[in-house]
Design a binder for this molecule. Structure first.
Ligand code: SAM
Length: 332
């Protein structure tokens, strides 16, 4: 297992958390109109798929069984690969999916060269609780390196600052404030979507067989990047409404617990050296009160948030004699 000591990631890795991630996956699939993939991505062209920071691998497992996929080219080599820094939440091996495999990898590091430019699609979802703002550029570069020219990048993120509780209560607002404060303390980005699009567009894409020329995705920005927000606000589906309670409110409490745990440890350490640490003590007590309130969120309460859905396509380029230009244009 890769070392995850002192890591940036805010959530736990245990059975409860795996079940929560799976429930959250179903919820987000429903709010994405039932799609695992953005409808602009052609399923029938996907021979190789990477899911970076895969967690329990639920998204990848469901995609690997999708009936619209092309038949596997080889029965020897798995081509649907889930990567994660920890294997604690990986699913058990699945004999019914020989094309599926899970590998340990820290996305802050470049992927092994055998994976470079091998994937028709790279999926990333919900890593805003794991990547520091200062590391975003590194991660985006590593992920893009996996894509073959013409391949798709799909990235979905929810920002704490886009969330709100119904009915609005002081406990609900405090919970969001604590989660944002914890993100800031850990160097994470409170709102990742904007910086993410900017970073994707700034990464130079080298030509497939070429060496010296570099083409930016932004050359064909409007065609290469698609941005959509799906919101649970006033969503008509009863299943999505139910998920607001089950999946997303539990995410808020799990994230609040992360801050409470860190601040309580800090308090314990400080008490030993300085018994008069009143401010920190007050904060811990206030957080405990908030946690008790949000754990009691009743049947009438729900939780709304926006999911930013980014789809980008790695340029296929050719030398036109006047410079390198994208050739095969993505469908609108
Ligand atoms: C909130 S979970 C999301 C899991 C999955 N993508 C989903 O949408 O259900 C974030 C995942 O990122 C993984 N992670 C955190 N830091 C990572 C890193 N540096 N490299 C790779 N994975 C990482 C965690 O282990 C966890 O499985």
């Amino acid at each position: 297992m890769a070392s995850t000591n002192g890591e940036t990631y805010m959530l736990q890795r245990n059975l409860d958390e795996s079940q929560r991630l799976d429930a959250q996956h179903e919820y987000m699939r429903q709010m994405s109109y039932g799609h695992l993939l953005h409808p602009s991505i052609p399923l029938h062209q996907l021979h190789a798929v990477a899911d970076v920071a895969t967690g329990t691998g639920r998204w990848l497992q469901q995609l690997a069984h999708h009936p619209a996929l092309p038949p596997p080219r080889s029965h020897q080599q798995p081509t649907f690969i889930g990567f994660d820094i920890s294997d604690q939440q990986f699913p058990p091996p699945d004999a019914s999916s020989p094309r599926l495999a899970f590998e340990l990898h820290d996305m802050l590091e470049p992927f092994p060269t055998e994976h470079h430019e091998k994937f028709d699609l790279v999926n990333v979802r919900l890593v805003s609780y794991a990547i520091k703002g200062a590391d975003l550029d590194r991660v985006v570069r590593n992920v893009i390196q996996l894509l073959r020219p013409g391949g798709y990048l799909q990235w979905q993120e929810a920002d704490a600052s886009d969330s709100w509780a119904h009915p609005e209560t002081s406990a609900g607002s405090s919970c969001i404030d604590y989660v944002i404060a914890e993100k800031v303390d850990r160097g994470l980005l409170p709102c990742i979507a904007g910086p993410l699009v900017k970073t994707i567009l700034s990464v130079p894409v080298t030509v497939p067989d070429g060496q010296h020329n570099i083409v930016s995705w932004s050359r064909d920005l409007m065609r290469l990047v698609h941005l959509e927000t799906v919101s649970t606000y006033n969503h008509p589906s009863p299943a999505v409404a139910a998920g607001k309670k089950a999946a997303i409110m539990s995410a808020a409490t799990a994230l609040l617990k992360a801050r409470l745990h860190r601040k309580s440890t800090e308090l314990q350490d400080s008490l030993e050296s300085d018994p008069g640490v009143g401010k920190l003590e007050d904060e811990v007590r206030a957080m405990e009160t908030t946690l008790r309130a949000v754990e009691r969120w009743d049947e009438e309460s729900s939780w709304d948030f926006d999911l930013t859905w980014i789809v980008a396509r790695k340029a296929i380029v050719q030398d036109t004699g006047k410079g390198w230009m994208p050739v095969r244009r993505p469908s609108p």
